[in-house]
Design a protein around this ligand. Structure first.
Ligand code: HEC
Length: 140
């Protein structure tokens, strides 16, 4: 009986370890595509976020630039949910906030609503970048 319990505990530990490894791997890369999460962050998410921030602070508002960067952030919100990348509900919540708040920036741009676009951008960084990084970005 003791031996059986010992084997059972060992099996549970191994299973737990394998699942934890898979979740960890999931955060850094999807299942089939070439781009790592880091590639998406640097090349798509952070770059468009930085441009969007500057565009919203500019004295002379350029809505074409704003919709360009907000739309690409919207795509990024969808990509982060694709290819088996999403490990849990915090990730999903943050990716969906990226989709929703970037769409709100685009919607504000169709009405020349600078204050609305800025408010959506503030929500975007708080509900998306910050939430997902607190939960999933390795501390460096
Ligand atoms: C759904 C989760 C998620 C969202 C949303 C998210 N990130 Fe990330 N981000 C990560 C993870 C995970 C890493 C760590 C990747 C790694 O080190 O493999 C990361 C890393 C980064 C990095 C560091 C890249 C490097 O060179 O190490 C930057 C910059 C970054 N994110 C910017 C942003 C910005 C800006 C936003 C919001 C517009 C954002 N991220 C939204 C998950 C997310």
């Amino acid at each position: 009986m003791k031996r059986f319990i010992g084997i059972l505990v060992a099996l549970l530990l191994v299973t737990g370890f394998v699942i934890a490894e898979r979740v960890e791997a999931q955060k850094t890369k999807g299942k089939t595509r070439a781009a790592s999460t880091k590639h998406l962050m640097v090349g798509l998410v952070a770059s468009n976020c930085g441009h969007l921030r500057k565009d919203l602070e500019a004295a002379d508002i350029n809505w074409d630039h704003i919709t360009l960067h907000a739309s690409l952030l919207n795509e990024a919100g969808h990509l982060l949910m694709d290819d088996g990348r999403c490990p849990d509900s915090e990730w999903a919540k943050a990716a969906k906030a990226l989709q929703a708040q970037s769409a709100a920036v685009v919607a504000a741009s169709t009405k020349d609503d600078v204050a609305g676009a800025k408010a959506a951008f503030t929500e975007l960084t708080a509900q998306s970048c910050a939430i997902c990084h607190t939960a999933h970005k390795p501390k460096s």
